[in-house]
Design a protein around this ligand. Structure first.
Ligand code: C5P
Length: 236
């Protein structure tokens, strides 16, 4: 396997982002949130006034979008940049906006476009390769890290939890971020995205054969982090 790469996949609401950041911090590793990249691409699509289901137009927007991704687990950043590569100064922090309901509603169709995935996966693989080439470690989280982005990762983890537990966690997360949400509405959204993400043709959400499944339903954040750190130590 590729030393230095830990892949963490699973559906929405397993606490994946929180535990993955904490795992990266504990390992002294970098952290890559691949979902944030699909969300930033989706924000660009919405801002361009393009229908998220219009694959051709979606691709054109994503091709013209430049995003900058910061991989510090204590403060990961995601910015949209001016498409002119000479103009590196003009970047916009979109970390908060990409978590809003408009983006969440539109992200699945955008991320299901095969050519969009190709572009974004290539950027993710470059980020990972740069860290590994510099002798570092990186923990990458998403839906297809173990299967597609980093199939040779030396440790693959697949996080699961019951749909009820996942919906409740999303609600807690929204409330902390100052947004109100009902468990029913969030559960419907979690199920909608699960179905969409697991049934799409290109890189559907699924557990890699060699991934270790960790069911987080009965565990708190500390418990999950401890389990993942233990797995990472065993993997070397
Ligand atoms: O992880 P997060 O919930 O922020 O991801 C948002 C959406 O981005 C997912 O529902 C999925 O449609 C897409 N995604 C993906 N592949 C990834 C990460 C996220 O298709 N590796």
């Amino acid at each position: 396997g590729v030393r230095g790469v830990v892949a963490v996949d699973g559906p929405a609401g397993t606490g994946k982002s929180t535990v993955t950041r904490r795992l990266a911090t504990a390992l002294g590793a970098r952290y890559l949130d691949t979902g944030a990249m699909y969300r930033a691409a989706t924000l660009a699509v919405l801002r361009a006034g393009v229908d998220p289901d219009d694959a051709g137009k979606v691709l054109a927007v994503v091709e013209a979008t430049r995003m900058l991704v910061g991989t510090d687990p204590l403060g990961p950043t995601i910015e949209l940049a001016d498409p002119d590569p000479a103009d590196l100064e003009r970047t916009e922090d979109v970390a908060a906006e990409i978590r809003g309901p408009e983006v969440t509603l539109a992200v699945s169709p955008v991320s299901a476009v095969p050519a969009v995935r190709e572009l974004i996966v290539a950027q993710q693989q470059q980020i990972i390769a740069d860290v590994v080439a510099a002798g570092g470690r990186i923990v990458a989280e998403g839906r297809d890290i173990g299967t597609t982005v980093a199939p040779a990762a030396d440790l693959k983890i697949y996080l699961t939890a019951s749909a009820e537990a996942r919906a409740q966690r999303r609600v807690d997360q929204d409330v902390r971020a100052g947004r109100t949400a009902s468990v029913e509405a969030v559960m419907a959204d979690v199920r909608r995205r699960d179905t969409y993400d697991s049934t799409r043709k290109t890189s559907p959400l699924r557990k890699a054969e060699d991934a270790i499944e960790v069911d987080t339903t009965e565990l708190d954040i500390d418990g999950v982090v401890a389990r993942l750190v233990e797995l990472a130590e065993q993997a070397g």
